[in-house]
Design a protein around this ligand. Sequence first.
Ligand SMILES: [Zn+2]
Length: 172
Amino acid sequence: MDFYTLNKEEEIRVLRTISQPVKNIDGQLIEFADAMVEAMLGKGIGLAAPQVGRNERFFVVRLSEEEDPLYFFNPQIIGTSEKLSSYEEGCLSIPETWAKIKRPAVVQVQAFNRRGRPFTIEAEGLLATVIQHEYDHLQGKLFIDYLPERKREKLTSHFGHDLYPDLTREGK
Ligand SMILES: [Zn+2]
């Protein structure tokens, strides 16, 4: 399972596309999500479907190997705190790039789990940040979008591609 990155123009398009809801949480999809958990082992703590080439609304999170992975199918953020917290973020799709990003410190999320059952959680700390980071992926959004323009321009020249294509104009 390869990670889509900003190094390739056609992969940027996938990463920048708004993903579609999952229709069925069936065996095939669960197998794929399990493979995503495997793929990020030792490399990252969250992975969203567009990062492995599927524009569908789901992501997996595993803060450490001691913890069970969490599965979020068709997630919806239903509440965020006014209080913010900041973490140094990185992304498997944005090689060798890290930045401190401010996000709501607490987030409430509704989603379907690995068994296809609905659940709601309130997350705080690192988990809240990871959930928001992964949710952004489903919206075609990346953590570098929160950076000031000067830094974004630097990244664009570093990767050598337009990292901010406006796909909405093409009716996607
Ligand atoms: Zn990411």
